[in-house]
Design a protein around this ligand. Structure first.
Ligand code: PRP
Ligand code: URA
Length: 208
């Protein structure tokens, strides 16, 4: 499956400011939130709707509604938390789980330190959130963990992706659709995305 890359001018504009090293923590958080809302908007394009009848102040009418409860967002800690407000802005009744992963700086392999997901997750559409898809190690570990407990419908939302990470998800999890606002050039020798935006977690939380 090819990644779905958002090309709307507003996405490009906001991503440009997000990448800029001069953008501070407040601006970075706000832009990550806005871009996540747009990614979620695109990722729910195929959402099933059910018919309901409501009454407007003028009269009765049939409407179509989305079962928000059918969705679960799973941010990959820490940086994925920077996307959560953005997706909950448009699906506020979705469930939320957390997957704790960090990349070993030398091997670039992920280590899982936390996994807590809502009950009945196997029946839901699970949307995994992580702003950065670099080698794809963290994303594939998170996807494998939710598949292991029976989840079948999985989407992966990231703000910036590298070709290496996309290729890895396509190889290990060809059923998972990736949504991103940019496919960047490459990874550098330290596994950072080029040109990227630096360390997403550090910029969201103002760590450094
Ligand atoms: C970053 C990022 C991804 C991961 C991507 O997290 O948020 O989770 O690296 O790299 P990969 O595709 O090569 O696995 P990091 O491990 O630095 O943890 P943090 O979110 O706590 O900063
Ligand atoms: N994680 C980040 O935060 N940034 C990168 O460029 C790669 C991994």
């Amino acid at each position: 499956m090819e990644p779905i890359v958002l090309t709307h001018p507003l996405v490009k504009h906001k991503l440009a400011i997000l990448r800029d090293k001069k953008s501070g923590t407040k601006e970075f958080r706000e832009l990550a939130t806005e871009l996540s809302t747009m990614l979620c908007y695109e990722a729910t394009k195929d959402a099933p709707l059910y018919e309901a009848e409501i009454e407007t102040p003028i009269g009765k009418t049939k409407v179509e509604k989305l079962n928000e409860d059918h969705y679960a967002f799973l941010p990959i800690l820490r940086a994925g938390m920077g996307m959560l407000d953005g997706v909950l802005n448009i699906i506020p009744n979705a469930k939320v789980g957390h997957i704790g992963l960090f990349r070993n700086e030398d091997t670039l392999e992920p280590t899982q330190y936390y996994f807590k997901v809502p009950s009945g997750i196997e029946e839901r559409t699970v949307i995994i959130l992580d702003p950065m898809l670099a080698t794809g190690g963290s994303a594939c570990d998170a996807i494998a963990s939710v598949k292991k407990i029976g989840v079948k419908n999985i989407k992966f939302l990231c703000i910036i992706s590298a070709p290496e990470g996309i290729a890895r998800i396509q190889k290990e999890h060809p059923d998972v659709q990736i949504y991103t606002t940019s496919v960047d050039e490459k990874l550098n020798e330290k596994g950072y995305i080029v040109p990227g935006l630096g360390d997403a977690g550090d910029r969201i939380f103002g760590t450094k």
